[in-house]
Design a protein around this ligand. Sequence first.
Ligand SMILES: Cc1ncc(COP(=O)(O)O)c(C=O)c1O
Length: 344
Amino acid sequence: MSLWDLRSDTVTRPCAVMRKAMAEAPVGDDVYVEDPTVIELEREGARLLGMEASLFAASGTMGNLLALLSHCQRGEGAVIGMRSHIFKYEAGGMAALGGIMPLPVDDAEGLPPLESFLSLCYDGRDVHQVRTRLLCLENTHNACGGRALSPEEMEPLCQAAREKGVLLHLDGARLFNASVAWGVAPARYGSLVDSVQICLSKGLGAPVGSLLCGPQELIMKARKWRKALGGGMRQAGILAAAGLVALRSRIDRLAEDHEKARRLASILRDSAVDLMDVPNGTNMIYFRLPREGLETAFIEACRSRGVLVGKAGPALIRIVTHLDVPSVAVEEIGKSLVEAVQSL
Ligand SMILES: Cc1ncc(COP(=O)(O)O)c(C=O)c1O
């Protein structure tokens, strides 16, 4: 029996084209900034996001951390969504390593309400308060169901941050899903913020890596932080080569993942599965089980039917479509999921 893995789009494996590119990549020592393939990847990332420069990092978590460490000084504050990946799932790196104070804000709709953000903008003149240095946004927003935010939705908040002298970082682990969903160039998002982290290893299918994109000065600081964190890699062109294939030929394909997710959602909805309602959804589906405590049984019921799914919270399940789940398998996967729900 084939096992379809829908736990995440991070499970995608590099295809033959990527493996060939990796095997043939010209390389050098990237700590000396001499790896031509890494340099090419960083140029391509910066170009796509409309930024001056970019830096290859080992993971999305590292890319976000580099941004936080480079934008903020110890004791400064960063406004950050309570449901955001950086706040919930990045091991508190900003506080542990940067001494940066998270200023959590409600982001249930994918973006913090303007008023909530403004109430956390401290200029630091009052001795009791931190100085608010940074606002972090996430797009697509993972815990909000993979919701794609349009540039127009983000604009008022970005404008307000600028007026307050607050810098902006975008966790764009899946920004290309958003740009494909809205039909806008990634650079349109880049124009709204001071830095963007994009992941190569999710829906784009590269095995490893992220890029932090931003102005030259920020990227120079991030390069130093990357070294301090032990993330200076040597012949990293082997990895960057796969990233180049990802950026050059895997972005438009993301629309297929969105279509597969829509189809799966409609199969589940037709069988009265309790789906999370997500405006402008992309490649994720979240749904609720009848009650808490059923997660393990449900995950096992799916596995025994050839589908791997992930627990996203109490009574909450997440499935993610990606390039290793072919469209032709979607009906069968949908049927297995419905059967697993009915088996509870
Ligand atoms: C929104 C978001 N940001 C950042 C990350 C971190 O990426 P990585 O797993 O490469 O550290 C993830 C990972 O799933 C994510 O979903």
